[in-house]
Design a protein around this ligand. Structure first.
Ligand code: SF4
Length: 351
């Protein structure tokens, strides 16, 4: 509660005059146009945490449109189910969303809630922020959306809205700027109604005050906004250019079994993929075909070599086809496997 109380104090110092007027304009606008996302229809902390973790790196259209959110809640309807699940089924359910540490952290959070909070989702900002994988933004979002707590939550959309509202021209990706934006966000959040206020700010950033376009004539905050050239804001450090890398993988298939390698790297640990080889280790260097995908700042060209006489190396195993559907596998490899098996007249489940 100490953190919440500290942030409460900041409220008294908003540089915006008539904060009440701004709140009321925003809330009335949101009540008319706000989208009815499934996580806005629940006050369950766990369900909201799931949505926030999924939305950290993935768009709403994918999370809802491709069924990830609903499928997850069907498979892991509550904290206890997720806490008791095996990691492989958790990673498989996350497959296609990428950034698998989010799935692992969700399960760690569920286990911690069971062990330390008796399975009851914690309500305070600091307790929520202490969950694995949960930063200040996610904690604020869960506390306000689930429990209507009067706390700020500054994600990329809200940071952009605030930078424009306050005509903040410094780079927003510094510690100082983050603190400043959070202080402004705290100064605006009402004492009651954190849920609707944060939802309204977020909605504004998603649909009106967007990164590549602004519709100021439709904006409920236009009378309070100080931005003179909104499209120049927020100021950010230039992104690093993508780095092109090549990857050579094997499609080794024999006697109805496929050779797969289990990842040991931090990012995709535990997932199964096509085995990688250095180009010198591949007898026929002309690849069967290639695919491309992006991961973090890498643009990967994956050369796929179809081979039969392959000896399994460390962390590699032959799997029967019926086993492959249940294995967690990063999407680029899943696409190759599904396509290859379809060409062989053998279908496996694909999401
Ligand atoms: S008036 Fe324009 S720039 Fe300002 S918050 Fe609204 S949409 Fe963004």
């Amino acid at each position: 509660m100490a953190q919440q109380a500290k942030e409460q104090k900041v409220k008294e110092n908003s540089p915006i005059k008539d904060v009440e007027g701004l709140r009321s304009a925003m809330i009335s606008w949101f009540s008319r146009v706000g989208k009815e996302y499934p996580w806005r229809m629940t006050e369950d902390g766990y369900e909201i945490l799931v949505s926030e973790m999924m939305l950290q790196q993935t768009q709403v259209a994918t999370v809802i449109g491709r069924g990830y959110y609903h499928r997850w809640l069907e498979q892991f309807p509550d904290i206890h189910t997720l806490a008791e699940a095996d990691e492989e089924s958790v990673l498989r359910a996350w497959e296609g969303l990428g950034y698998y540490s989010r799935a692992r952290n969700l399960q760690k959070a569920a286990r911690l809630i069971v062990e330390e909070h008796g399975g009851v989702f914690p309500r305070s900002l600091s307790q929520i922020e202490a969950l694995p994988g949960v930063g200040r933004y996610t904690a604020g979002a869960v506390a306000s959306f689930a429990f209507d707590a009067p706390v700020a939550a500054v994600d990329a959309n809200i940071a952009r809205v605030l930078a424009r509202l306050f005509d903040f021209r410094e780079r927003v990706d510094t510690t100082h700027a983050r603190k400043q934006l959070l202080a402004w966000a705290c100064s605006l959040v009402p004492d009651s109604g954190g849920r609707i206020w944060n939802s309204a700010l977020m909605e504004l950033g998603q649909h009106v005050c967007k990164s590549g376009s602004v519709a100021c004539h439709q904006c409920p905050a236009v009378s309070w906004c100080r931005a003179t050239d909104p499209l120049l804001l927020p100021a950010k450090k230039k992104r690093k250019a993508q780095v092109a890398v090549d990857e050579h993988v094997l499609l080794a298939f024999r006697r109805n079994k496929l050779l797969l390698e289990q990842e040991v790297g931090r990012r995709r640990r535990g997932l199964w993929k096509l085995p990688a080889r250095a180009i010198e280790e591949i007898p026929d260097v002309s690849p069967a075909y290639k695919e491309q995908y992006s991961i973090t700042r890498y643009r990967v060209t994956m050369f796929i070599h179809e081979l039969q006489d392959v000896i399994a190396q460390e962390n590699e195993r032959w799997f029967r086809l019926e086993e492959i559907a249940d294995l967690p596998m990063p999407s680029p490899y899943r696409r190759v496997v599904v396509d290859f098996l379809a060409r062989q007249g053998k279908a496996i489940e694909s999401r």
